[in-house]
Design a protein around this ligand. Structure first.
Ligand code: ADP
Length: 260
């Protein structure tokens, strides 16, 4: 594929064939390149926590690190590996041609309330307040587990990138044929030049990469995939040092579907 078929300037069939073959080989090369990069990223992301774990285990054995400190770090890195493997499995599953989403009615406000409850302890520990304004009559159709994962990932980010004494606002409303979910935070925001890339797998803004409580860089790509599979939209609006708003738009259904 790397060799280009010689193109002529004619509009004859052979010329057309050559042009379509060349554009196909370019896109195949891109796919191949993406796959290679993805594998290299996975290897790197798996290697980092593993070398920490190995290093601290040796440190404990040789007596250069206290047991308490070493085990704490090993546990943290094991959790990170666990999260990474889960996220990767989710992505791989969703990208498989055979992947089937559930299609069930979802009372969206109720689902969000459940997720916020799961986060209430960590929000309290971080001294970040989560405020909600949810329209109870927002009904969507889809896979409840996956939609829950969307809300969890967005809230997880909002909390991770928001400092103490700031707030997170979750709003759910209907407009025309759509339901909109907004998760708005008063956190560090995303620099303008990074904004177009943050939904890509493994992409992390420099500041986030430096943070020790870091995530996997896969959260937003999982959100994008799930929302795309639900035929919805996912947008991020962000101003550095001011905050970020994640907006999810899905088709709205009447409450009748809950009883059908
Ligand atoms: P991660 O696990 O690193 O949070 P994500 O895919 O969820 O990965 O997000 C990608 C990157 O986008 C993050 O590393 C961070 O730099 C940036 N980001 C995502 N959400 C926010 C937010 N609410 N505030 C600031 N930065 C964010």
């Amino acid at each position: 594929f790397s060799q280009q078929i010689k193109q002529t300037n004619t509009t004859d069939e052979l010329g057309q064939l050559a042009r379509s073959f060349n554009s196909l080989s370019t896109s195949l090369n891109e796919v191949d390149q993406n796959r290679k990069e993805f594998l290299a990223n996975i290897a790197h992301e798996l290697k980092t926590p593993l070398s920490y774990m190995k290093g601290y285990a040796e440190g404990i054995e040789e007596g250069v690190v206290t047991k308490e400190k070493g085990l704490g770090i090993i546990q943290k890195e094991a959790n990170r590996l666990d999260r990474l493997v889960h996220d990767l499995l989710d992505l791989a599953q969703m990208e498989a041609d055979t992947y089937q989403l559930q299609h069930e009615p979802i009372a969206f406000a109720e689902l969000i309330d459940d997720v916020v409850d799961q986060f209430s302890l960590s929000a309290k520990q971080k001294q970040v307040q989560i405020l909600r304004d949810l329209d109870d009559e927002c009904i969507i159709m889809g896979d409840a587990d996956r939609i829950e994962q969307v809300v969890r990932n967005l809230l997880d980010n909002a909390l991770r990138y928001t400092p103490a004494d700031k707030k997170i606002f979750i709003t759910l409303y209907r407009k025309g044929k759509h339901v909109h979910l907004e998760v708005k935070d008063e956190g560090i925001g995303i620099p303008e030049q990074d904004l177009p890339a943050v939904k890509q797998r493994f992409y992390r803004v420099k500041k986030a990469r430096e943070r020790k409580d870091g995530g996997t860089g896969l959260g937003l790509s999982i959100v994008s995939q799930i929302i795309q599979k639900h035929e919805g939209h996912f947008d991020l609006i962000s101003v550095e040092h001011e905050g970020t708003t994640a907006v999810v738009t899905l088709n709205s259904y009447s409450e009748d579907v809950l009883n059908s």
